[in-house]
Design a protein around this ligand. Structure first.
Ligand SMILES: [Zn+2]
Length: 102
């Protein structure tokens, strides 16, 4: 997965197109991500011993192809490449060639 938790991303398609967000969770097996305040759905929850119940808003995952990483250096949505430095794999911005550190 090129997108990781905590990444700043731009939403590329759908209802939230053009919105900036932050990745909250990645689901590598499903190739999906959960982005902050994107694709929120209301869910009715029955009261239980743990919760009071009612309507809660939950973010629904979106496909990883609908987001694009915003490079911390050039502040625009960019394509990501990889570079191996000292045996470790790093993501690099294809636009400014800067290593994207986590
Ligand atoms: Zn860049």
């Amino acid at each position: 997965m090129k997108i990781q938790k905590g990444d700043k991303v731009k939403i590329l398609s759908g209802k939230y197109k053009g919105k900036d967000s932050v990745i909250e969770k990645v689901l590598p097996k499903l190739h999906r991500v959960v982005a902050e305040n994107v694709n929120m759905v209301s869910k009715h929850v029955k009261p239980s011993s743990k919760t009071k119940g009612g309507i809660v808003k939950l973010p629904k995952s979106i496909h990883v192809s609908t987001v694009m990483l915003i490079c911390p250096k050039c502040s625009k949505p960019v394509r990501i490449g990889y570079r191996v430095i000292d045996g470790k794999k790093y993501r690099v911005c294809r636009s400014c060639k800067e290593v994207i550190k986590k």
